[in-house]
Write a protein that binds this ligand. Sequence first.
Ligand code: PGA
Length: 350
Amino acid sequence: MKKKIYFGTNLKMYKGNNEVIHYLSELGKLYKQHIQNNNIELFVIPSYTALSDATRLANDELDNLVIGAQNMCHADSGQFTGEISPVMLKELNVKLVMIGHSERRHIFKETDLEENKKVLAALKHQFITLLCIGETLEQKEYSISDEILRMQLKIGLHNVTKEQIPLIRVAYEPVWAIGEAGIPASAEYAENKHAVIKQCLSEMFGEVGLDIPVLYGGSVNPTNANELINKQHIDGLFIGRSAWNAANFIQLMKNALEALSQNNQYQNNEFATTASKLIEYLGGKQNIVALTHCATRIRVVLHNPENIDKNKIEKLPLVKGLFSISNQYQIILGKDIVSMVHSQMQIQMP
Ligand code: PGA
């Protein structure tokens, strides 16, 4: 199954109601013309004052366009002058709430404990809940980025239940990469931090924690988007400036999706080649009695173990090792590729 891809934009305090209406109409029209992939979640997060019209328009324009709010009060109602409650957002048909954007944390001094209260309130009201996390430049220079990310996740998502996981999204946005003065993180750096985030989520929630989509944000632009989206642990892109013009946003998505599909094709070819070589070096189809796999290995039972060419199997680029127990052979492959190579072998030996 193809993995779902997430694209989102936070409009910050830039577009008023009229501009948002114009932007969304344009986005809806261009999306239908240019984006064929239907396994996408697309969200737009305007200012509060545009939410009412935005949700109505999203409903009419595109059924997979999710409208989100930039912040929310943790309480349903009360003496919180100037705040907006989850109940009020529900009334407007808002589907997503963003919590803990870097500008909320650093300009408005929101803490992880506050973000956690908001996350729990958003989930209680069944909002898709986008928790933003990211280290500052200073924290990066002290080499405590991983600790900061783990802390923001562990506090921010404290007391979230496994049942609520399908509603959670995480945006990793290094503070030093955001906005006009931001320096985009390299794809390698982002991928490394996404792996840390996924690891932490799996420690917190077990294997289902890995289902939480993690988006990269911070100076995503047309030159780095394709490389970022092709990284294994990056499930989507969260974009500011480069998405505020609808045509540019659509072009960026279109290019990123094309780059992704080219890469998938390339990988499929690589898996298919490895599979056919494996069949050949195992002594051909007729020598394979049984073929199964577990998380990291392909297991084969051979008619005649003498027909196997161990040397050649061990030299295949994707193969990490080979060992045998009587006539059963186990071929060790990377965790994420074993099922791909296995299914290619099945296709090639009906
Ligand atoms: P940027 O903003 O893409 O303009 O850096 C990202 C964000 O603040 O979410």
